[in-house]
Design a protein around this ligand. Sequence first.
Ligand SMILES: Cc1cc2nc3c(=O)[nH]c(=O)nc-3n(C[C@H](O)[C@H](O)[C@H](O)COP(=O)(O)OP(=O)(O)OC[C@H]3O[C@@H](n4cnc5c(N)ncnc54)[C@H](O)[C@@H]3O)c2cc1C
Length: 485
Amino acid sequence: MSKIVILGAGISGHVAAAHLRRKLSKEHDVVVVSPNGNYQWIPSNIWVGIGRMKSKQILFPLAPLYKKKGIGFKQAKAMSFFPEGDATEEKPYVLVEHVVGENKGKEEKVSYDYLINATGPKLNFEATEGLIPGQNKTYSVCTYTHADHAWEGLHALIGEMKKGKKVKILIGTGHAKATCQGAAFEYILNVEQELRKHKVRDMAEITWISNEYQLGDFGMDGMLLSYGSLTMKSNEMVEMIFEDREIKWILGAGVQKIEDGTAHYENLAGEKKSETYDFAMLIPSFSGHGFKAYDKTNTDITDKLFKGFMLVDADYTAKPYEEWSVQDWPETYQNPSYKNIFAPGIAFAPPHSISKPRKSPNGTEIFPAPPRTGMPSGITAKLVADNIIDSIQNGKESLAHKGSLGNMGAACIASAGYGLTSGSGVSITTFPIVPDYHKYPKTQGRQLGKTFGEIGLAGHWLKLALHYAFIYKAKMKPFWWLIPE
Ligand SMILES: Cc1cc2nc3c(=O)[nH]c(=O)nc-3n(C[C@H](O)[C@H](O)[C@H](O)COP(=O)(O)OP(=O)(O)OC[C@H]3O[C@@H](n4cnc5c(N)ncnc54)[C@H](O)[C@@H]3O)c2cc1C
């Protein structure tokens, strides 16, 4: 009998738990530890943030589902890791703290045979002074509660615009190394369309602020896309969209401080500038959760498990940008020191950024951290689960399932406005996510036929279809496993 403990019930953790439970017989335990009692389909936060969906439409409680499916659930947060056990506990364990009910505040040693760390990112608002969701007129759409606040703020602003107030809206990244440009891009297009629907578009100046060197970088060094019968650079595509919608842009900007209605930033030229706003949605930087790890004698071994995020089978050797290769990226998400620990999704430490690193003359690094979107989070979780299943069933370690961001694609369908007949979507499919300049030297590291862009109503329908399909899948309804990650 084996016990598999999964930390986190986001896209990665939930996918891993579902596959493990479906394929392993009931003599094996699958236990999920997560502080939030709900599963949330994060991509649809965008629609919550423009008031087109209620947060209850994008979430559901985990406990009843897990009970029905035979998955153990502890509503608790992981605190520290003991991969060798300790003086009193022989088995490896994670120390967790319960966050609800009569056990609230109580610690528990949760032992395991296999551990999947799927805790995603810490939303590191503290890294930017004054960047607090719902305060200083800045908002976030990274969680459903943030998205609810964002809609409250936007709704109030629309009310003021209807009374004749001219406003400034700022959307983008709130830190020099923030990632998730795609979510901010989606939000700015949705907000723009929403203002048009409310007939107040002419009352707002809308500006994109980002740490990207060029528009359409998305933390992936941009891409060359097939666009209909044309070939187009992603910066040209985004520029076309922004110009069409009269959205201004500020690039190479590392936001350093927020005051009420003012964002202070340094740009790649080393200039210190500021931008005023009446409403801002700025994505924070993402970091690891600051977990600690200890060996059997209680000696700190955090650096064997973490480098901010969790260490896996990547090549972490520090080397210049010119020497980076797709082979640096992990394939099995297994910790090199403790072979029964895995970290799929956002929880693993990337070997380096994907975007070319850039510094201002003052030495400030301003460029996006690598994005890790939902599709690779699901795929890496499934392959980790499959390797654990094989290892249990074969009685010896098996790592046959492999997948690197260097041989995996990402389909990103950015909603560009809600509405069954008037909606829009920008669909960008990239293959591979990490460019392979050896395989595809003439097309900026990507395979052109599989890297393409499209704009139109079909994108909105597709995004809406994905919302329903993935919530169906997450609820583990009949034949859920036929829906791909
Ligand atoms: C607004 C927005 C829109 C997006 N849109 C898209 C999109 O359209 N397409 C796309 O592909 N991707 C999109 N993404 C990215 C996508 O949401 C992420 O790639 C994905 O959620 C990552 O999955 P994950 O499981 O690694 O992390 P998460 O989904 O963040 O899950 C982490 C889990 O860990 C839990 N946790 C945190 N701390 C602890 C702890 N101490 N102990 C135990 N558990 C813990 C959390 O509660 C959560 O359940 C979007 C992201 C945002 C913010």
